[in-house]
Design a protein. Structure first.
Lengths: 245, 273, 273, 245
């Protein structure tokens, strides 16, 4: 099975992390997790509820934009997805700026709901296709949302894993840092070490596993019905990945 | 009583320079026709509140020098990329920026909606958002022990401006599922609304429509503006014009290109009408 | 996933003895058919929360000995007068009573809806309501100076029970303007709903209906119950049966008369079906 | 014009107090103020907005039962109406019980929204047709809502007047007590003094004015269209006052 794209490996990897959950929500600028959630719903036979921000058809919420946040705070959302222009080894994420925030070298859109949802959703999956020392840094320049909190801070939620274009890191809540989980086909541990700006732990066994590749059946789902479904919300992404509608 | 006006130009005239102006995100109908009218007027010193995030609506105002301050959870053109005029304004320190997070905007507007001085909010602790907001307070949960929680002061916008599918002559505005528009209207001193059409009868008389209607009680002024959200969309009526937004994103990379965009699509459009 | 049940009896079976049970007022559709099923089952030690006030729905449960505690802003039969079984139970100290005021109920449920530990509320200071509530706190507005304000802990009911015009098989429930029912569903661990009819299709697919619909996400169980609010009404479908309520008010003046009412209209009706 | 009922005098008197306002709300168990508000709306040519709790047609609110309270707190409601099983000379009202609340001699429905709206609505008009020492007491047994508050308590609202079956009392906010405003036709100051359980101030002039009687036109409105309108919410009241529908 040739021609599997990195995005498709990420979609399949994230979808596996959603197995058995009841309700996942997908925020802004999240076509890869959105596709993963829609794939996971199909694999669940419809048991998984997917709330996709910005989608007009099949709305989940009927009480305005605040409902997503209220719903998360009630514990009714099992998983959410966040990215960062920088992500560091403590799973802090930065969605705001590089350099001094008052006179930044680079400015990005902003923190969206991260400063809230990262605290409240049990399984927050971080994603960032660009796996480079520029993206995965020792310490973020601006904390949009912290990876860990003091024990007295109310925090039922937090980071679960970080899925990049090269590998999967699991987040070790006790240690407060990432552990390499698996490396995507065609990539190596040495490459990961070189391209990652933060320190991380190695898995217990001697050999780092390879990330499971999506099956033929999954690829067909991703390129077929899932691709069509994500197109409503992310037409450019769908055209780039799966061709014009 | 709601004023029934005849154009977005007249709606813009109800938004004074210096106003704290609340606007919906790109996907809840935005009154782009009024945004363009504000640019044409040369509005000054507006303080924009994103409910909770911005796109081209803020870009046009920022790039045209209408804006003194922005409070929002994000500014982005979505799949068309970063917001170039916003990014430039931040780097050039042309606007004051108050970064926040979506639920903090909703909570502060709900405080205003409820006539409360503040609302508590979970999350936020340990973020640079909180560290850089001297108008917020880190306090204690009065029912907890050593349980810190953030208190946000109410935000009461001077004007909430948005677009909707329809309104009636009693000022009732149908918004359907987009209830953040209702919250904005409740929370603001004035709500100014453009609509695709003004219909006969009273929307509140129909139990189905009433469930998605903002009562005229909260609406200061309405005006018709067909396709008034363009190049953004109105759910179930017309879609976001992605090709146009890509063109905007390309042109607005420089101030010169942005000015050419405004000449053609903001000033030019009005001249052509 | 919402359970689709076949009767109010089965809905009642989802409400355990001892539950904190939130019920709407007489004028938001009340699932009287389930209330009668609870009486027939001999439910015990229920704690009733009035959202925000009660009428015959609480009377039937109190008079039948199903209730340990009541928190509500009022209990009344409206134009049919005082609620006799409630009044008697208070005087005889058969139930624990927590007096409150309507917006305090709404605020405490909104706290639960928002996953917050508490909400502040204006008013209340200097009332005997506040003086007699040791679960509330008088605190300070963190943005004021010497500005006392009351803090109310969130209320999370075990079950919200109500009636609605219609639902679909995905568990979506159309409630139209009665949005306090939506707040109850959001705020409660479970929402159990009887409906006049279960319709084909998905209510959320229709933009008009969606605006007045509680998503199935919040709904644990639904069951059909035609005229399930009787003797109360459902807006736009059928009216409150005032003659019947006058008859109830007359019979329920004594416990003996109330028992006769239950024999005839609660047990008898079931036997006849 | 014979046969004017006490309720009609109260309706007309309250309607006059609503002149020039923008929005009045009417709560539970308030047929007389409800009729007054509907009369005032007709007299205003529709400029007065009337929100009547429990009415199905012509709803004012679309955000659930909480909206009335939120709207009041925003300052968007100019007048509201409260009664009491007891009302005392400081305008404290009791809607709960007589005697010890834990073992009361008499129990009444409860405080409804009074403990909130009395603080927030600028012009709260108290009404109580039964003007007797039993109803108008020196000190209420239970404070559902206080007439006055300490200066540091947030309180844009409060009592404006008390309209009974015998007279009108104006509330003097500075003195924190009632002043006799006018006496209904057929009643006397001596009778008011005898039937009122609390002390009150007398008007400045030597003569206590008589309450203005409703004109023929007003009576026709009350018995005609206003009566029909109030019937939807208060059918028993309408039948008793104006005959069967």
């Amino acid at each position: 099975m040739s021609g599997i794209r990195t995005e498709e490996i990420m979609i399949a990897t994230i979808a596996r992390m959603l197995s058995g959950l009841s309700h996942v929500a997908v925020g802004a600028a999240s076509p890869v997790p959105g596709s993963a959630a829609l794939l996971a719903r199909r694999l669940s036979g419809g048991a998984l509820r997917v709330s996709l921000l910005g989608r007009v058809s099949n709305p989940t919420f009927t009480d305005g934009a605040r409902e997503l946040f209220d719903c998360a705070a009630q514990g009714r959302i099992d998983a959410f997805f966040l990215s960062g222009v920088q992500i560091d080894g403590q799973a802090n994420i930065n969605l705001v700026s590089i350099g001094d925030p008052d006179k930044p070298k680079a400015r990005f859109p902003g923190s969206f709901g991260s400063a809230y949802l990262y605290f409240l959703v049990p399984r927050v999956i971080l994603f960032r296709q660009d796996h480079s020392p520029r993206a995965l840094v020792p310490k973020v320049d601006y904390v949009s949302a912290p990876g860990v909190s003091e024990p007295n801070v109310y925090r039922p939620g937090g980071p679960y894993a970080l899925v990049t274009g090269r590998c999967v890191f699991d987040f070790d809540k006790d240690a407060g840092r990432f552990r390499l989980g698996s490396v995507h086909s065609g990539h190596t541990v040495e490459e990961i070490e070189k391209e990652t700006g933060f320190d991380f732990e190695m898995p217990d066994g001697a050999v780092v596993p390879e990330t499971e590749m999506p099956s033929r059946e999954w690829i067909d789902l991703i390129r077929g019905p899932v691709g069509e479904e994500i197109r409503e919300t992310y037409p450019d992404f769908a055209s780039r990945m799966f061709g014009k509608a | 009583m709601t004023e029934i006006l005849s154009s977005a130009e007249e709606i813009a005239a109800r938004i004074p320079d210096g106003a704290l102006l609340a606007l919906p995100p790109e996907y809840a109908p935005c009154s782009m026709e009024t945004i363009r009218a504000l640019v044409r007027r040369g509005a000054k010193e507006l303080r924009l509140l994103g409910v909770p995030q911005f796109g081209i609506q803020a870009e046009l105002l920022i790039g045209s020098g209408c804006v003194a301050e922005v409070e929002t959870a994000a500014v982005t053109l979505g799949e068309q990329g970063l917001a170039p005029r916003f990014t430039d304004a931040i780097k050039q320190q042309k606007i004051r920026m108050r970064d926040t997070t979506c639920p903090a905007i909703h909570a502060a507007l709900q405080a205003s909606e409820k006539g409360l001085p503040f609302m508590p909010l979970r999350g936020l602790i340990g973020t640079d958002i909180l560290a850089r907001r001297d108008d917020w307070r880190l306090g204690e949960n009065p029912f907890g022990e050593d349980d810190p929680i953030v208190y946000l002061p109410a935000i009461r916008p001077d004007v909430a401006l948005f677009h909707a599918p329809k309104a009636d002559r009693n000022g009732n505005v149908w918004i359907g599922l987009r209830r953040e528009l209702m919250m904005m209207a409740h929370a603001s001193a004035n709500a100014c609304v453009t609509v695709e059409e003004i219909v006969d009868g009273d929307l509140l008389d129909d139990p189905q429509l009433a469930a998605g209607t903002i009562p005229g009680l909260y609406v200061s002024a309405i005006a018709p503006a067909e396709r008034g959200a363009w190049p953004l969309g109105v759910p179930h009526l017309y879609e976001r014009d992605n090709a146009h937004l890509a063109r905007y994103a390309e042109m607005a990379k420089s101030q010169q290109g942005f000015d050419a965009y405004v000449d053609q699509w903001v000033n030019g459009r009005a001249a052509a009408e």
